[in-house]
Design a protein around this ligand. Structure first.
Ligand code: 1CP
Length: 355
């Protein structure tokens, strides 16, 4: 790979590409690259008592992190964990029910938020196994593969904490934000504090890049977006950038539409993850400001065939010659045939910019 980069020449290709280096072909990884579409994931998961236990077992979580790399040789591994480990670390009751998703003890008032604030003192002890997983993965990665640590962005994490799980309309969390702004601000501030420390500990354990997942960024009006999506992320990234300027941060505010422009302007963000609905012409415009990561439709990956070839090549031909990391626009879905992922990896690996 050739490159021109502001990152040290010794950094791995993926880390350099997040700094703006342009390689012969783009680096790639896939959100949810480890997961239920892989038979080896299902086998390893069966050894744990449940999904939370799986995230707290460094032996199993390390093995799962490495599984997709063995098959497909992505340029980066992503720590196997979940964004809900932050609420768990704050002492909020968390359970993953089969076919239902996450269930948390909903925190909807001042008293519940105060209990979570008190839980902060035990945060690192509760999530310590996650840091151990990072150390193990870092020690077992191929030389040229980078390790991505991650957390949920405060707004998205708060939606689960207030709703008590997944939501369709986000009514409870938005009601709280409008009705009792100081209480919701206290919750966001707590998540900012916990998440900043959590990511710093992941860096200390060996994470070489970070991603902040803001899956539900797209549900807020413009001024609320500025306050609850942009501002908390700006604070986290400001601290990380001042203490770890060498660690690039990818921000994925899914569903942001034209507000991706605002997200791209957060100081210290290295790359912007874009979802499947972002038009490629707009993505190209964003590329003039920041490294762009995305945005293949996970459903076309599940479909495979000519549709997959066409969609992947269109993204590569439009964005591949600029500052870019190839990824999906959201996570791999469980019914995805593993051979489709192999096909996609080959398409990206064999692609070259037209001269
Ligand atoms: O049944 C199972 O085996 C659990 C399925 C599963 C998996 C594989 C969940 C439950 N989480 C994960 C892992 C996971 N989650 C990773 C691992 C690394 C990788 O990408 O390979 C990551 C980065 C996440 C992040 C995550 N968890 C997000 C943000 C990204 C996204 O997908 O939007 C969110 C919103 C969650 C919450 C979550 N975790 C799991 C479920 C079912 C949910 C709820 C999703 C929803 O509300 O729709």
């Amino acid at each position: 790979m050739n490159s021109a980069s502001s990152a040290p020449a010794t950094a791995k290709p993926f880390v350099r590409s997040l700094r703006g280096a342009i390689h012969e072909r783009p680096c790639f990884w896939l959100m949810r690259q480890a997961g239920r579409y892989l038979p080896e994931y299902r086998a390893t998961r069966a050894q744990a008592k449940g999904f939370v236990d799986l995230c707290l077992r460094p032996d199993l979580a390390c093995e799962i992190t490495l599984q997709p790399l063995r098959r497909y040789g992505m340029d980066a591994a992503i720590l196997f964990s979940d964004i809900l480990m932050v609420p768990y670390g704050l002492g909020q009751g968390l359970e993953f029910r089969e076919g239902e998703g996450p269930v948390l003890d909903a925190a909807r008032d001042k008293a519940a938020i105060a209990r979570l604030e008190a839980g902060f003192q035990d945060f690192d002890a509760r999530v310590a196994p996650v840091y151990e997983t990072v150390r193990r993965v870092a020690a077992n990665l191929p030389d040229t593969t980078a390790l991505i640590g991650f957390a949920g962005a405060p707004w998205t994490v708060a939606t689960y904490m207030v709703e008590g799980g997944s939501s369709k309309d986000f009514a409870n969390v938005r009601l709280l934000a409008y009705r009792d702004r100081p209480a919701f601000q206290a919750l966001i501030d707590l998540i900012v504090r916990a998440t900043t420390g959590y990511l710093k500990r992941q860096i200390a354990a060996g994470a070489e890049a970070l991603q902040l997942f803001d899956t539900w960024a797209g549900v807020l009006p413009e001024d609320e977006y500025a306050h609850w999506v942009i501002e908390p992320v700006r604070r986290i990234v400001a601290t990380l950038a001042s203490e770890h300027p060498d660690i690039p941060v990818i921000f994925f505010p899914k569903g942001s539409g034209t507000l991706y422009e605002t997200a791209a302007a957060i100081p210290g963000i290295s790359a912007l993850g874009i979802d499947t609905a972002v038009p490629l012409a707009f993505a190209r415009h964003l590329q003039s400001k920041i490294v762009v990561q995305g945005n293949l439709d996970p459903i076309v990956l599940a479909a495979g065939g000519d549709a997959l070839e066409r969609a992947a090549r269109r993204i590569l031909d439009t964005l591949g010659a600029g500052p870019f990391v190839f990824n999906l626009g959201h996570g791999v879905i469980p019914p995805t045939p593993p051979e489709n992922v192999a096909r996609l990896a080959a398409i990206v690996r064999d692609w070259r910019a037209a001269r």
